[in-house]
Design a protein around this ligand. Structure first.
Ligand code: S3P
Length: 440
């Protein structure tokens, strides 16, 4: 464990570039690893989670190498031709790697074992086990449906029509990936839209995938026994990483920071909308498209915030951004209420409990409910900071560490975080960029 004290650094200015999108990076390695031929990936996030996906895809037979120029070259094995890994696949902290790769294995005639760290080993896998079992895969997991888990794929698997019981892009993607090597058409009914990177990128790789609508629900159909063709992928910057700097520059007086190349897919852009509703001054500059995804540079200037009631319907479009939104709310004038956030309890940590405890320790006024937090903001006044000798518990959760780093920037005495090592799972350049923005 590496503890760190985050304190005021003064205004954040200049321009920074956040690393590639984590969700898109995982998918680019997986789909390129399934294509027949050579793909090139530019802007890949080189965080621990994505490297876990790369290692697993190698174990399935793909050849993956990083070039001198920082781009990645992948020679795929082809759908239907995955090799059986010789050893257990260590997924580290990464739920996305685990759940999506389970989908992949489910329709191949191979067996794979998935293990992970203490955080990942506590996260629910039943949500993926259920639909993949219907497709014919078999599982041996703990009684609670958690890792370590052994999965025996079915070949041929059975196509299903599956209504997603939770709003989860990971579950959706697991079924779509299983559908790639399943004869016939696999259908998903998505009552609440979630991030659609899988649908966009699989289409780019040549899969036959249709997205329609019925009674206000999204219907996604994938044609099986697909042959994917290689492609060059450009990964846009991660809005979930940009989020920490969007909130930091908004909160720290005197800030004027441009965050370059931020992905603004509508299924990911909820935080931007909520911060604007609270009074943030965030300008989109040079709206464009990168790798089939909408992107812009974001110019963020300090602005006072006002508390709001966050519409639960926007939650899936900012599901990973609530921890840092709670920090924004702690500095806003008045009260911010959130609800409908049960899913936050099964992320890398229980993010409602973790953030309630962390912000309270730093001097914020927070009430925790079953499905959300209510936060009474300071109206712009700095938080007290963590008391001497006490530190915020990261709970193996990168987003708790980075959110509380932002809180430290707007505290009198600083915020001590017990472990910053988890930041490397998604945002290895975070500490450097913080210094860069403070020194500009
Ligand atoms: C992700 C989906 C979300 C998100 C996670 C990445 C993805 O999880 O929290 O960080 O890449 O599909 P859920 O699908 O469990 O909501």
């Amino acid at each position: 464990m590496t503890s760190y004290r985050f304190s005021s650094l003064g205004p954040l200015t200049g321009s920074i570039r956040v690393p590639g999108d984590k969700s898109i990076s995982h998918r680019s390695l997986m789909f390129a690893g399934l294509a027949v031929g050579r793909s090139r990936i530019t802007g890949l996030l080189e965080g621990e989670d994505v490297l876990a996906t790369a290692a697993a895809m190698r174990a399935f037979g793909a050849q993956i190498a990083r070039g001198e120029d920082g781009s990645w070259v992948v020679d795929g094995v082809g759908v239907g031709s995955l090799l059986e890994p010789k050893q257990a696949l260590d997924m580290g902290n990464s739920g996305t790697s685990t759940r999506l790769l389970m989908g992949l294995v489910a329709s191949h005639a191979i067996t794979a074992t998935f293990t992970g760290d203490a955080s990942l080993s506590g996260r629910p896998m039943k949500r993926v086990i259920d639909p993949l079992s219907l497709m014919g895969a078999s599982f041996e997991a703990t009684a609670g449906g958690t890792l370590p888990l052994m999965l025996r794929g079915a070949s041929p698997a059975v196509p299903i029509t599956y209504r997603l019981p939770v709003a989860s892009a990971q579950v959706k993607s697991a079924v779509l990936l299983a559908g790639l090597n399943t004869p016939g058409i696999t259908r998903l009914i998505e009552p609440v839209p979630t991030r659609d990177h899988t649908e966009r990128m699989l289409t780019g790789f040549g899969a036959k995938l249709e997205v329609g609508e019925e009674n206000g629900e999204t219907i996604i159909s994938i044609h099986g026994e697909a042959e994917l063709r290689p492609m060059d992928v450009v990964v846009p910057g991660d809005p979930s990483s940009a989020a920490f700097f969007m909130v930091a520059a908004t909160l720290v007086p005197g800030s004027d920071l441009t965050i370059m190349n931020v992905g603004l897919n509508p299924t990911r852009a909820g935080l931007l909308a909520v911060l604007r509703q609270m009074g943030a001054d965030i300008e989109e500059v040079d709206d464009r498209e990168v790798g089939g995804e909408p992107v812009a540079d974001l110019r963020v200037r300090h602005a006072p915030l006002t508390g709001v009631d966050v519409d639960p319907a926007i939650a899936p479009a900012m599901i990973d951004e609530f921890p840092v939104l709670f920090v924004a709310a702690a500095l806003a004038a008045g009260t911010t209420r959130t609800s409908g956030l049960e899913e936050l309890r099964v992320k890398e940590s229980d993010r409602l409990a973790a953030m309630a405890a962390a912000l309270t320790l730093a001097g914020a006024r927070v009430e925790e409910h079953e499905d959300g937090l209510t936060i009474h903001g300071t109206g712009g006044e700095a938080l007290r900071g963590t008391p001497a000798g006490a530190s915020v518990a990261t709970r193996l959760d990168h987003r708790i560490a980075m959110s509380m780093a932002v809180a430290g920037l707007v505290s009198e005495g600083g915020v001590e975080v017990d472990d910053i090592a988890p930041i490397n799972t998604s945002f290895p350049t975070f500490m450097g960029l913080l210094d860069e923005a403070a020194a500009a």
